[in-house]
Design a protein around this ligand. Structure first.
Ligand SMILES: *Cc1c(COP(=O)(O)O)cnc(C)c1O
Length: 361
């Protein structure tokens, strides 16, 4: 069972909201984060990503108030920067001398960059099927890359063995509590950007679940602080039909996810067949009144391509999945055309394109 951070002695109600406006990046929320007075974060300027109205994509899909939070604008090109900035910060303050991380792709890039920033070596275990550009970025930041046949679950076992043998700190999703804290800033920043009025619905491409669990924790903390009064957004998960353990569990009223056999999807961030945080994700989806939907790789790639061209936002396959999900959720009446919907483009599309050739035209 994963551990989550609680802050018994630092109630966010004490935070001066004006202070937030003077600061920048995700660490402007440091009073909501595991950082004591006088401690310095390991940072590359993550956060403050654009929240963009996407009227053209919205009208094509039939949503009149659709917004995209473009997490591809983070250092290393994905929202993984937020979690790893927080996790590396805490680990280094605790004396870590070596890191290890299993990844489906983007977490490896972020771990390599933040480890470099901290001056600590990192070993990254990734599947051989990981997009080449992502692998080359891990190497560019000096990560020690080990490729394995299989999926992130196999990489996780190898990482735990390496950690046991060397004393390396294992930065795996939900095996340490701080990546979630960094991901919380997705929700805090969204609230700040919308003037503390949360949207009606959020669509989030879900793999390990840190974004979903983190945002839901953020909204609970904002509510406890009295900063948001409205009802909280309905949270919708989207997964690829080639790897959809959360959708299957949601649809069958299960409390936990069952491992997905033979996970297969081009959206590498969604290729997580047996997420440790399954129970927490399902809780968040149900408490929020949201839901879960699977879309095919063909649909998610088509949406990523279309929206990248019509909006000038560099959509990853995972980001494309949120738009394909928006269409599906509208069709089944889960979304209404006039309500405010925020979709998360969790990473940049360029990370998935092959550097050795021009993209198809
Ligand atoms: C890791 C990743 C995801 C899945 O994120 P979780 O919050 O762990 O569910 C989605 N999209 C991209 C681009 C990712 O890198």
């Amino acid at each position: 069972m994963p551990w989550l951070v609680r802050y018994p002695h630092r109630v966010p109600v004490l935070v001066d909201r004006a202070e937030l406006r003077r600061l920048h990046g995700m660490w402007r929320f440091r009073r909501f984060l595991p950082l004591a007075e006088g401690e310095e974060p390991v940072t590359l300027g993550e956060g403050d990503t654009p929240l963009l109205r996407t009227a053209r994509a919205g009208s094509r899909l039939g949503l009149h108030d659709l917004w995209v939070k473009d997490e591809g604008a983070n250092p290393t090109g994905s929202f993984k920067a937020r979690g790893l900035s927080a996790a590396v910060t805490r680990a280094v303050l605790a004396g870590a001398e070596r890191f290890v991380l299993p990844t489906a792709g983007n977490a490896g890039v972020a771990a390599a960059a933040y480890a470099a920033r901290a001056g600590v070596p990192v070993r990254v275990y990734a599947p051989t099927t990981t997009p080449r550009t992502i692998l080359s970025q891990i190497l560019a930041f000096g990560g020690e890359l080990v490729l394995l046949d299989g999926h992130i679950g196999h990489c996780g076992s190898a990482a735990r063995a390496y950690a046991a043998e060397t004393g390396a700190v294992d930065l795996s999703t939900l095996r340490e509590p701080y990546r979630i804290e960094g991901k919380k800033t997705l929700g805090l920043e969204l609230a700040l950007q919308l003037g503390w009025r949360l949207p009606a619905a959020i669509i989030y491409p879900t793999g390990g679940g840190t974004g979903l669990i983190g945002m839901w924790k953020a909204f609970a903390e904002l509510r406890a602080a009295g900063w948001v009064q409205d009802s909280l957004p309905r949270m919708y998960t989207v997964q690829s039909s080639g790897c959809a353990p959360v959708v299957r569990a949601f649809d069958t009223w299960a409390e936990q996810c069952e491992p997905w056999e033979a996970p297969e999807t081009v959206a590498s961030g969604l290729r997580v067949p047996n997420p440790l945080g399954g129970r927490l994700m399902l809780q968040a989806l149900r408490e929020s009144g949201g839901g879960a939907v699977a879309v095919s790789d063909v649909e998610l790639e088509r949406e990523a391509l279309a929206a990248t061209r019509e909006e000038g936002i560099d959509f990853s396959p995972e980001g494309g999945a949120t738009l394909a999900a928006a269409r599906a959720l509208l069709d089944r009446g889960a979304l209404r055309p006039d309500e405010r919907v925020v979709a998360f483009n969790t990473g940049a599309g360029w990370l998935y394109r092959d550097p050795s050739g021009l993209p198809p035209v």
